[in-house]
Write a protein that binds this ligand. Sequence first.
Ligand SMILES: CC(C)(COP(=O)(O)OP(=O)(O)OC[C@H]1O[C@@H](n2cnc3c(N)ncnc32)[C@H](O)[C@@H]1OP(=O)(O)O)[C@@H](O)C(=O)NCCC(=O)NCCS
Length: 157
Amino acid sequence: MTDMLVKLYDLQVDWPLVDRLQQLGVSFRKPLGSETDLITDWVKTQFSPGWASETARAIANQPATCLIAVQAGELLGFACYDAAALGMFGPMGIAPAHQGKSLGKALLHLSLFDMKSKGYAYAIVGWVGPPEFYTKTVGAVAIPDSSPGLWQTALKR
Ligand SMILES: CC(C)(COP(=O)(O)OP(=O)(O)OC[C@H]1O[C@@H](n2cnc3c(N)ncnc32)[C@H](O)[C@@H]1OP(=O)(O)O)[C@@H](O)C(=O)NCCC(=O)NCCS
């Protein structure tokens, strides 16, 4: 699992896509404080305890460095940055029933736009799951010799 680099200064947000999804009733926004437990429990159940810890950290950042996609009160997906380490994007995940509907692309674009607005020139996608998704959606390139990278001395359960 390698890390990947994204040029934020070249980022082209797909605003028409974001618009289309919003018209279908999807909201992309930062979590409310009151939603913290609900979101981290959801991430733990759908994905992993480690991702839930990183999400808790991202929500606690001020301002929060977590975005969620919500439709009719249902959590569809989440994306975080500055969670594992500063300048790193991830974790992110879309509920299995809602994958393949461009929600991941929209959340990724909006999160990277948030990073760019904060002043970052590059984002590092940590411990990438599907590299093709990041290459296709934001032109990410693999960072040589970056596995296991930051996580080489991580605690094991
Ligand atoms: C990876 C993930 C975030 C993608 O979100 P998604 O909403 O399903 O993806 P999208 O519908 O936005 O896909 C955007 C494009 O990427 C492609 N893509 C999505 N997942 C892909 C994958 N696993 N491999 C290759 N291409 C992929 C899609 O085909 C689509 O291409 P298109 O625009 O030509 O149609 C989602 O599948 C997921 O949550 N996976 C499990 C958790 C995970 O792996 N998180 C990432 C950890 S680094």
